[in-house]
Design a protein around this ligand. Sequence first.
Ligand SMILES: N[C@@H](Cc1ccccc1)C(=O)O
Length: 462
Amino acid sequence: MVEFSAIEKDEWVLTPEGTEIAKLGSHEARVFDAIPEGSEGISISDLAAKLGPSAKIGQGKAFQNKWVSKQGDKLVRMVPSITDTTKIQILEIQKNKTHEDPSVLKDLKRRKLIDKVKVLSYSAKKGVNFSTVIEKQETDLTVEMLQSGSWKTEKFKEYNFDAAGLPTKGGYLHPLLKVREEFQQIFFDMGFEEMPTYHYVDSSFWNFDALFIPQQHPARDLQDTFFIKDPAKAEELPECYKAVQKIHESGGFGSIGYRHKWSYEEAQKLVLRTHTTAVTGYVLYHLAQKLKPNPFKPIKMFSIDRVFRNESVDATHLAEFHQVEGIIADKDINLGSLISFMDTFFGKMGIKNLQFKPTYNPYTEPSMEIFSWHEGFGKWVEIGNSGLFRPELLRPLGVDPGVRVMGFGLSLERPTMIKYGIDNIRALVGHKVDLNMVERNPMCRLEKESSSRAFQHDFVED
Ligand SMILES: N[C@@H](Cc1ccccc1)C(=O)O
């Protein structure tokens, strides 16, 4: 409709000094003008007082042009009048943006009185298809156009392959990942290392037995645990199974044990791990193995990963969810340490005024449930479970006597739901994930790269 062309040309403009010359004349002309007519002349110092810096700059050229000469200590005029060529040239350039004589341009440029600039302008004129009405062109071929045959007469816009396109739907973190990152950051800030949470499938040995969970414990029921059909059993159990068997059957380290017959086959049964404490036991065992015979070093470790429970699914329960778990191993740990740690840890997430309630876990004693007051629900909400690991767990895995380990676990889903105001847990997983929710929620925006740090220890795979 319109033809246009770009016009690029060079233009000459005056520098500030050039502009000054356009107004006041060249330095040499100013020198000439400052000298009175006749033989009386002017002293150099009077000239300087009159003209300022121009006196010094202009003298040379004024001598060169034979406009002035020196008589005694005075400067006198040699000609009755002068033509200030520099000023004339400058004025012409100011007007025309150029000069017909290239040597003038070159000279004035050298004297820093003018400068060259590039100027881009456009010229536009009516094109062959010029019109004052704009006809909308089609962008895409549609099913309807094909069906009606209108595609034959329709006018199509050319594709613009240089167009930037619609913004892509990237750069968002799922709420679970976002909260997971926040937990990771808190752990890293507190000096924790991340545990390797390699496998969802683990032996009953690591999921239960090593944690001093008796073989007839209700949690091992098919109702609560997913057992693997094929393969159904771990090939062999680690060396420490003997110590674990002993603690279950006849006790030790001040414990009387469960006094039941411990079955190797039962411990071999593969399960989808029901808690990340399965990993914690495994990690403690391998750390203890690696450390020997060196003296004990305090440990702080955490894991955040998926666990599975055979639960009936409802608005707040899923058959799989994530656990956040942390342990601290040190010599002088007691219940007070655990309570104070929980206050600090949850405090970092903005959760204050915790309440603790005694509870029972086969692997910890004492054990405490952690509660927090939920303004929205108007009640105390359970947010975690914790305790001091029993010697029946620690000693068979090779942890030194005198070393205590405190641990705690919580779900990743609950704090995420509270924080994002999600009331149905199913909105967080699988094909039910509401991507609009993720996109709409400014809290999901990805601000920085994942801060995940690799696990430092190398482990032997069992
Ligand atoms: N494993 C526990 C959490 C926990 C971890 C460590 C110590 C005490 C408790 C659970 O499933 O809830």
